[in-house]
Design a protein around this ligand. Structure first.
Ligand code: G6P
Length: 634
């Protein structure tokens, strides 16, 4: 979380930093700031609470001229989001400024010592100790002072530091938070993420843990912990800049939902060649994959749900046992993995701290590790033994949609490939599976076309949800005991079975993330073990009930909900006459598809439902409160 950006060169630095921070805003957006070096004996800063737009407005009124600058967009860890806690932070004399992404774990002790030595702290952040340490060790050479300060720090960081005494220079360092150098004709850049550099250059160098970076307008130098120079060649990054525009949609989330059929088509085109599945970039030999006796999937958030769906696919198609863990649990459990385990880390960003730590844990136990990830050359892609890219293009909306279906697509293809390697799938079955897979984008497109056709109805339903939700809340908080006792607060319950159960979790997560409405996903079979107690006329129960081996069981669940007056929102296969008879309101349909592939279709109405409800509630859909797209702290 948090994004840092820096520029030194011949151009107006303030504008470039703002542009860079906007690209990084997905990493956090509760406050932001910029520090500019302009030849005076002090560093000048502007910072503000809120989104980058507010910083831009502030700078329009009070510009900062200068050609070397660092900036920061924040996701608060230590200290509330306000102007004081926004970065950059300054030393007592305002001669040194620091921006930081990460967490300094020993900041409490350092702060006490520094305060005793005369440092005046202005914020509650952990970061501020860095700038006072650099000031303490500064003896006329910024690089040496930063190098010395780093020795006192425990924790994670990507930092950028400037001093009014050393014009044109930025010193940066990295430990477990991402840092990328961008080399351009008229200056040098640094950023937390490649996507922020691509407006200026395709030539980038990834800085590694323990390394420092010294930038001037025309030079750059990387050195390791022992101050030995590091010679690493720049890599060229190919990324479609168009992807970062909304393309006529009111929100990135909607645009990304609509991109899914095309992404699926592109994945299949790239990966299925002449009836064979290929992962050309995966450095792990097929024989090594085939040797695995079990798979452990680790991931967070939406990627975790993709892992849960994939478990069903791997077990059905490759007949290999799979366990799925949230990365934060896996890493601290001393997990039972070894050379016979294939650890698959799923991550859109490739930067999620817990998932990265999980891969390191797997590697330390000699497991074969691979990642399914979207962001090219991200930390996970570089650290795991192998990578398969989803190539879904930049996902900007914080609530993940297209990355989810792209991850599922790659994992299904991997499951088929493993099925072949492990001799669990006959060639005929493989051809059948691929045939159905290739048809899937068309079916997904039909779900989206139906949405486009029925947009008014979707909006009307969302309005209904909104109205009833507020009625219920009013009753819940009513001082009239008669009214109050009837009503738990409105919430959404998502039920699914078998391979559609993970979509119940994903549907609930989408709604929570962007509407802030309480929502829970459950395996429908568990309904009687708790959630049924909540059912009266108030909650909406989203029942994912496509044609499947467990259809009849879902039907019974729906009867039970209906008998208790619950408001059912069913997702059914076109042509289903049973469920719509029981619950004719709010029916959402998907085209006919096998149960194995149905999660690709059932998730689309769930994404759209969350989107429509959040829009009706007037929420900030692409940048929901408190969340960040890339969680680089534990
Ligand atoms: C954050 C994002 C989620 C995402 C999760 C995992 O919580 O808001 O959308 O699913 O991180 O991120 P990753 O990049 O590892 O998939």
């Amino acid at each position: 979380m948090c994004g840092i950006f820096g520029y030194t060169g011949g151009r107006d630095a303030q504008a470039l930093v703002i542009q860079g921070l906007k690209r990084l805003e997905y990493r956090g957006y509760d406050s932001s700031g910029v520090a500019v070096q302009n030849g005076f004996d002090r560093i000048h800063i502007r910072k503000t609470q809120g989104k980058i737009k507010k910083l831009e407005e502030l700078l329009a009124k009070h510009p900062l001229k200068g050609k070397t600058a660092i900036g920061h967009t924040r996701w608060a860890t230590h200290g509330v989001p306000n102007e004081e806690n926004a970065h950059p932070h300054l030393d007592n004399e305002s001669q040194i400024a620091v921006v930081h992404n990460g967490i300094i774990e020993n900041f409490g002790d350092l702060k006490k010592t520094l305060e005793g030595e005369g440092a005046r702290f202005q914020s509650q952040t952990d970061t501020e100790v860095i700038v006072h340490l650099v000031a303490k060790y500064y003896k006329g050479n910024l690089e040496n002072a930063v190098r010395r300060a780093l020795k006192d720090l425990k924790g994670t960081y990507a930092i950028a530091v400037i001093s009014s005494k050393e014009p044109g220079k930025i010193v940066a360092a990295k430990m477990d938070s991402p840092l990328v150098l961008g080399l351009a004709k008229n200056g040098n850049f640094l950023a937390s993420d490649v996507s922020a550099l691509l407006d200026h250059t395709d030539d980038v160098i990834f800085v590694e843990n323990g390394e420092m970076l010294i930038l001037t307008e025309n030079t750059y130098r990387i050195s390791d912990r022992a101050d030995k120079p590091v010679n690493r060649k720049p890599v060229k990054i190919a990324w479609d800049r168009e992807q970062a525009q909304k393309g006529g949609h009111p929100h990135f989330m909607l645009k990304e939902i609509f991109e899914q059929p095309a992404i699926l088509t592109a994945i299949l085109k790239e990966r299925v060649i002449g009836g064979k599945i290929r992962f050309d970039e995966l450095k792990i030999p097929a024989a090594r994959l085939a040797r695995a006796k079990r798979i452990v999937i680790i991931a967070c958030g939406t990627s975790y749900h993709a892992g849960l769906v994939a478990k069903y696919a791997f077990e059905e198609l490759a007949r290999i046992p799979v366990s799925v863990d949230t990365s934060s649990e896996f890493r601290y459990r001393d997990p039972l993995v070894g050379p016979d385990t294939l650890v698959i880390a799923i991550s859109q960003s490739g930067e999620t701290a817990d998932t990265l730590a999980g891969v390191r844990e797997g590697k330390s136990k000699k497991a074969c590790t691979m990642t399914v990830c979207n962001v090219l050359a991200s930390s996970l892609a570089r650290e795991a033994h192998g990578v398969i890219y989803t190539h879904a293009g930049s996902e900007i909306a914080v609530a993940s949609t297209k990355a989810y279906t792209a991850q599922m697509a790659i994992l299904y293809l991997l499951a088929i490939q493993l099925g072949v390697l492990r001799k669990k799938l006959a060639p005929k079955r493989v051809q059948q599976l691929l045939k159905e897979f290739l048809h899937l984008p068309l079916l997904m497109q039909r779900v989206l076309d139906d949405y486009k056709k029925d947009q008014k109805e979707w909006a009307q339903n969302a309005r209904d949800f909104n109205r009833r939700y507020h009625d219920q809340l009013e009753r819940y908080f009513s001082t009239d005991p008669e009214k109050r006792k009837r009503s738990p607060s409105g919430f959404f319950l998502y039920l699914g079975r078998n391979i559609n159960y993970p979509n119940a979790l994903e549907g609930a997560l989408k709604l929570k993330e962007i509407s802030y409405i309480p929502a829970e996903g459950y395996p429908a079979g568990e309904m009687k073990h708790g959630p049924i107690a909540l059912i009266d006329e108030n909650p909406w129960v989203i029942c994912i009930a496509p044609q499947s081996a467990t259809y009849d069981k879902m039907l019974s669940n729906i009867q039970e909900i209906r008998a208790r007056g619950g408001c059912i929102v069913p997702i059914v296969t076109e042509g289903d006459t049973e469920i719509p008879k029981l619950s004719p309101m709010y029916v959402m349909e998907i085209p006919k598809v096998s149960e194995l592939f149905s999660p690709f279709l059932t998730v689309v109405p769930l994404q759209l439902l969350a989107y429509c409800v959040a829009r009706e509630f007037g929420e900030d859909i692409d940048q929901p409160r408190n969340l960040a797209k890339s969680v680089t702290v534990e």
